[in-house]
Design a protein around this ligand. Structure first.
Ligand SMILES: NC(=O)C1=CN([C@@H]2O[C@H](COP(=O)(O)OP(=O)(O)OC[C@H]3O[C@@H](n4cnc5c(N)ncnc54)[C@H](O)[C@@H]3O)[C@@H](O)[C@H]2O)C=CC1
Ligand SMILES: O=C(CO)[C@H](O)[C@H](O)COP(=O)(O)O
Length: 310
């Protein structure tokens, strides 16, 4: 099968690479020429623009006679937001209704519904989990949109995912990115829970080797998981005190959408909200204001000593 891949960063290179390894033909484009060259080194046909990519898909199909249906299949792996709309604008006049576009990024599901309605081709919103660390194992893919398009792209999904069990059709347009949004909310809460537990162990009564704790928990404990394996790796590489890792957590968009959706649906998501709040709180340049105020108020009512900044 022939696939166009637009966006060749950490994730797009894996989409292209795994597709190539499975025997598919890949035409690749990124705004960054070096990223295109990397994909070309892996065996992809380089394109100079989105339009060039589409033209190469068309001519390649005719030349090879492989895809007799003449269908163009294009996977977007660009940052969520304006980059997706920019790529779709460039593609629009070159797409027909039996072509298929996959957005494998972390797009907001309402944007995906809007794009599916205006895209001339079938539009699959594909939540992608696993991250660059899963390049060798493959991803977990949660896919929304027309079922026929999902079935058509199944050979590519088999290649990009862990295999046939690593992808599934969720439902109509938007549902793939909706499921991925909630997945990320769960991810935030799990990270927060592990973080709190290890913080207590680190600050607590015993001088513990946290790599060892994570290691033994990962062997048979109720709370074993891949995130916990990543905790073990972090303590191994950074030490039990996490060395010079700063107390600032970036990201946040998918968690924000999850909390907003919880409010809209009147479904309580207090753990996810707390995890998101902790992230935002971590970003105060000079310590979190509410904590500083609590510190000073304890002096106000209790004459407790006020720790001061250096
Ligand atoms: N890194 C991760 O752990 C995961 C990322 N995602 C999602 O996958 C998408 C891509 O993520 P990454 O690969 O990590 O980002 P990245 O920043 O590593 O790569 C994005 C690539 O897109 C290119 N690009 C931007 N605008 C473009 C345009 N208009 N046309 C062509 N190329 C363009 C950039 O030059 C860059 O090479 C995002 O939506 C992200 O949220 C999803 C799951 C996991
Ligand atoms: O989707 C992912 C993992 O599943 C990406 O790594 C995403 O960037 C995580 O969200 P955030 O950047 O808000 O931490």
């Amino acid at each position: 099968m022939q696939l166009g891949v637009i966006g060749l960063g950490r994730m797009g290179q894996i989409v292209a690479g795994r597709s190539l390894e499975a025997g598919h033909d890949v035409v690749a484009f990124d705004l960054d020429e070096e990223a295109v060259a990397t994909a070309a080194d892996a065996g992809a046909e380089p394109a100079e623009s989105v339009v060039d990519l589409v033209e190469r898909l068309e001519s390649e199909g005719e030349r090879e006679g492989e895809d007799e249906d003449g269908r163009k299949r294009i996977w977007l792996m660009v940052p969520a937001g304006p980059a997706v709309d920019a790529a779709l604008d460039d593609l629009e006049s070159h797409l027909e209704e039996d072509d298929v576009v996959v957005d494998g990024g972390n797009s907001f599901f309402k944007d995906s519904i809007r794009r599916a309605e205006s895209c001339p081709a079938a539009y699959l919103d594909c939540g992608t989990s696993g991250g660059p660390a899963s390049a060798a194992a493959g991803f977990s893919l949660m896919i929304g949109g027309p079922e026929w398009a999902y079935e058509d792209l199944t050979p590519v999904f088999d290649a990009v995912a862990t295999g046939p069990d690593g992808h599934a059709h969720m439902g109509p347009e938007g549902s793939g990115h909706y499921v991925k949004m909630v997945h990320n909310g769960v991810e935030y809460a799990l990270m927060q829970a592990y973080g709190e537990g290890f913080e207590l162990l680190h600050e607590g009564r015993y001088d513990l080797d946290l790599e060892s704790v994570a290691g033994v928990w990962n062997n048979g404990a109720v709370i074993r998981s891949w995130l916990l394996e990543l905790c073990e790796e972090a303590f191994r590489e950074e030490g039990s005190d996490l060395g010079d890792v700063a107390d600032r957590v970036e990201g946040g968009s998918t968690g924000t959408w999850t909390v907003q959706e919880g409010l809209e649906q009147e479904v309580p998501v207090p753990l996810i909200y707390t995890a998101l709040s902790e992230r935002f709180g971590s970003r105060a340049d000079d310590g979190r204001f509410s904590r500083r105020l609590a510190n000073r108020l304890r002096y106000g009512f209790g004459r407790h000593e006020v720790p001061r900044r250096e």
